[in-house]
Ligand binder design. Structure first.
Ligand SMILES: Nc1ncnc2c1ncn2[C@@H]1O[C@H](COP(=O)(O)OP(=O)(O)OP(=O)(O)O)[C@@H](O)[C@H]1O
Length: 279
């Protein structure tokens, strides 16, 4: 997918939010988008998702299935969560079963019978995530997905992102809270003064799918007790998948002095391992 000379403003005489943006998105990449408040991150994500068209320039080769979770989930709809997800599955080609499995994985089954309007911010965020993931997107766009999420979901989401990218999907995440700062091989886009500066990470080519392979849906299975933190062995970098197959993974528990915890965690993450603190 490619953005060529893309400029955007919300009205004909309004200020330019983005100017002459040139970007290429490659299959299998994870991109963290940062920038100060009002810099234009959400606007860029809406352009990528196709929700707004560029005022100038072109966007080419957008994948056929796009999943988009906005920063504020529109809860003012007269549905229960299940009715909403079933409805979205019908119009977007996802399956209600996939939505339910994702609800299990994101610890959201207790929300399914609730009216959308009764959801808390974090719960609404989870339902927005489920609808964005359930149709197996080739391009997944998440606007501040970590805001308001509980710890289990904050830990689970990077794994889902990793699985999608490992299967050849492209994932773009605006991330004020820098939750993906140490994500293995993530690219970084800084939105500033109407431009986007790109810094490329190094994702292993092993994460790209074989030619013609379909983008697999992130596994909709519930979290397994032995999956987090996950550390794979004998590979260039940890990954839930290797050559399209789920790699055997083991959990290594590391006991460290509280004073050293930050250091050790930082080193492990710099080496590409997923870590989770238990206390
Ligand atoms: N619907 C809109 N109509 C007019 N201007 C808008 C609209 N949405 C955003 N803007 C303006 O566009 C600029 C970029 O906003 P945007 O929401 O993309 O920034 P952001 O980087 O996502 O900010 P934040 O970190 O606060 O979410 C801001 O000046 C904002 O006021």
């Amino acid at each position: 997918m490619r953005l060529s000379n893309v400029s955007f403003r919300y009205s004909r005489r309004g200020p330019w939010v983005l100017r002459d943006v040139e970007l290429t998105l490659t299959p299998g990449s994870v991109i963290e988008v940062t920038g100060r408040n009002g810099a234009g991150k959400s606007t860029l994500l809406r352009l990528l998702a196709g929700i707004v068209p560029p005022s100038r320039g072109t966007i080419a080769d957008r994948p056929g299935v796009v999943g988009y979770a906005p920063d504020v989930f529109p809860v003012g709809q007269p549905f229960t969560v299940t009715d909403y997800l079933d409805h979205m599955a019908r119009i977007r080609g996802g399956s209600p079963d996939a939505a339910r499995a994702l609800a299990i994985r994101l610890n959201a089954t207790h929300l399914l019978s609730q009216p959308l309007g009764d959801l808390s911010k974090g719960s609404a965020q989870k339902i927005g995530l489920i609808q964005s993931l359930m149709a197996s997107p080739g391009l997944l766009i998440l606007d501040e997905p970590f805001a308001g999420l509980d710890e289990q979901t904050r830990t689970e989401l990077p794994l889902i992102i990793e699985e999608l990218a490992a299967g050849g999907g492209t994932v773009v995440v605006s991330d004020h809270q820098n939750q993906l700062q140490n994500f293995p091989g993530a690219d970084h886009w800084l939105v500033e003064n109407g431009t986007v500066t790109s810094r490329t990470g190094e994702r292993s080519p092993a994460s790209a799918p074989p030619d013609g392979a379909e983008t697999p849906q992130p596994s909709a299975s519930p979290p397994q007790g032995d999956r987090q933190p996950s550390v794979s062995q004998g590979d260039e970098r940890p990954s839930a998948f290797q050559n399209g197959e789920r790699a055997r993974q083991v959990v290594i528990e590391v006991l460290v002095n509280a004073d050293d915890a930050d250091d050790v965690e930082q080193k492990l993450r710099a080496d590409g391992y997923l870590t989770r603190r238990t206390s």
